[in-house]
Design a protein around this ligand. Structure first.
Ligand SMILES: Cc1cc2nc3c(=O)[nH]c(=O)nc-3n(C[C@H](O)[C@H](O)[C@H](O)COP(=O)(O)O)c2cc1C
Length: 168
């Protein structure tokens, strides 16, 4: 049988996320705590507007144009990880542009990739399918989907999902 992970008994796990308003950060930190993994924040070179309407207007334009903003984040040792969980807010029904930049700038060949999304009612929308269009040659596990307004009480849901995908 093909070995999916370099070390499938004790996989090395990275959680990487972007968060504008803090919800996705809450989930990312809970995942990190539950798995004892490493955690990296995706930071755009130019921060998005702090005003909600301005941010939505910019996000609409960027997602429509497939714009990839520059990011400060670089994970030099990405190759060391077997499993990478990627967290994003649902922005205009897709992944936030800084996350798309991160996915495009890195190679995930042979790794397990797991998306998790926080949202304002739209759920996963096109986040997973759009991510699969950017990332090739990786193994995708079931995405985690969390309501942005309930992240502070999401511990049990996170644990259930991580168990379901075999990480706990
Ligand atoms: C620019 C922008 C666009 C959004 N678009 C959507 C959307 O299309 N569907 C949805 O369910 N929620 C949408 N939301 C709500 C966020 O997905 C939700 O509040 C999420 O938990 C925010 O995560 P964060 O606090 O980590 O940024 C949007 C929020 C912002 C700021």
């Amino acid at each position: 049988m093909a070995t999916v992970c370099a070390n499938s008994q004790n996989p090395k796990v990275l959680v990487v996320y972007y968060s504008w308003g803090g919800n996705t950060r809450v989930v990312a930190e809970k995942v990190k705590t539950q798995l004892g993994s490493d955690l990296v924040e995706i930071v755009p070179v130019t921060a998005y507007p702090t005003d909600y309407s301005e941010c939505v207007a910019q996000a609409r334009k960027e997602t429509k144009e497939n714009f990839r903003p520059e990011i400060k984040t670089k994970v030099d040792n990405l190759g060391d990880y077997d499993v990478i969980l990627v967290g994003t807010p649902n922005w205009c029904s897709t992944i936030a542009p800084p996350v798309a930049t991160f996915l495009e700038q890195n190679r995930f060949n042979g790794k397990k990739i797991v998306l998790f999304v926080t949202h304002g009612g739209g759920g996963l929308s096109r986040c997973e399918s759009d991510m699969r269009n950017i990332v090739s040659n990786a193994y995708f596990l079931k995405s985690g989907v969390f309501s942005g307004s309930k992240v502070s009480s999401s511990d049990d849901d996170i644990a259930k999902w991580l168990k379901e995908i075999g990480l706990k």
